[in-house]
Design a binder for this molecule. Structure first.
Ligand code: NAP
Length: 311
């Protein structure tokens, strides 16, 4: 543990890599630690068309993230592929214990992201990107004039259902209870939207289709009745969007960093409650989880790390 880095960034999604770019460019001795491949959720996104400056007509998540990775490397951020086992964030020198070694830094940027909570039905994984999605902003356009179903009853589900109704010809919210959790003002707008329909007391049991999602079995939780929903034959498929919350990857930091419902609490400049510890991207409490907001968080966190070091 002879090297003490200026900043260790945990996670190489858009937030971590943008932080790496800015930290490297500020001549901070920077180490980015990632256990798998770069990109986080973006690594499994087929098409991104809303990242400003991206390719017109869209490009794949892996293609976009390759440039994030190259840019961070270009500005001198060191890379380590390893699994972080535990962290000590409270002292002046922060310690990051990985499977293959231990690392020290004066500041740490937490950028391990979050993952959408799966719907929890049979065959769900098989149809991700083939009908199943967890991001209306990313995928609504692909369901122009199709039928789509939305699982959930919170603010996200109802707001995203209304967003989807601008593209799809019919949107049905499938909710496990007979009343929504969403704020009343949001509910009122959804009830007034002619394209938005509701399937109450219902959960999705299994998904089916030959390559794309074309039928699903839903269950009424009160009566136990099973119903098969088939795609309109002219469409051949339908969309199924899950909005039942996210699972942030924050268990490593529990007991040290302040959290709210598992998300890290920061101020607008990405400071956590601990001096020298910053958080960036989907793992923090925020209103919009997108590549652009993750990248912006990363840039801010790196610049704040530099200010902290200068002090
Ligand atoms: P949420 O409020 O936790 O709602 C999750 C919804 O998914 C609930 O309706 C829940 O049902 C349902 N659910 C959970 N697990 C399920 C399962 N296994 N199967 C089926 N349904 C399941 O999550 P969210 O809507 O993503 O919102 C997260 C936070 O962000 C909330 O605090 C919300 O207020 C906030 N938010 C705010 C806005 C806004 O203010 N405009 C927009 C989006 C999000 P039950 O109701 O039965 O528990």
């Amino acid at each position: 543990m002879s090297t003490i880095y200026d900043v260790i960034i945990i996670g190489a999604g858009p937030a971590g890599l943008a932080a790496g770019l800015y930290a490297g460019r500020a001549r901070l001795k920077t180490l980015i630690i990632e256990k798998g491949s770069d990109g986080g959720q973006i690594a499994i996104t087929d098409e991104i068309e809303n990242y400003p400056g991206g390719m017109l007509g869209g490009e794949s998540g892996p293609d976009l993230i390759k440039r994030f990775t190259a840019q961070a490397a270009h500005f001198g951020a060191e890379r380590l592929t390893d699994n972080v086992q535990s962290v000590e964030l409270t002292g002046e020198i922060k310690k990051v214990h990985c499977s293959k070694g231990d690392y020290e830094a004066k500041t740490v940027i937490l950028a391990t992201g979050a993952t959408p909570r799966p719907i929890g039905c049979e065959n769900e994984e098989e149809f991700i990107g083939k009908g199943v999605s967890y991001c209306a902003t990313c995928d609504a356009r692909f369901f122009e004039d199709f039928e789509v179903y939305v699982v959930g009853g919170g603010d996200s589900a109802v707001e995203e259902a209304m967003y989807l109704s601008k593209f799809a010809r019919k949107v049905t919210i499938i909710h496990r209870r007979n009343e929504l959790r969403a704020a009343k003002s949001i509910q009122e707008k959804a009830f007034a939207n002619e394209k938005v329909h509701f399937m109450w007391d219902t959960v999705v049991q299994s998904l089916h289709g030959d390559g794309v999602l074309s039928s699903m079995v839903v269950k009424n939780v009160k009566t136990g009745e099973l119903t098969t929903i088939e795609a309109d034959p002219d469409d051949g498929m339908f969309g199924l969007f899950g909005f039942i919350g996210f699972l942030p990857f924050t268990s490593l930091y529990e007991g040290q960093v302040e959290m709210q419902n598992g998300y890290i609490v920061t101020d607008p400049d990405m400071h956590t409650n601990l001096p020298g510890v910053f958080a960036a991207g989907d793992l923090r409490v925020k209103s919009l989880r997108q590549v652009i907001t993750a990248a912006a968080d990363g840039a801010i966190a790196a610049m704040q790390a530099e200010h902290y070091l200068n002090q």
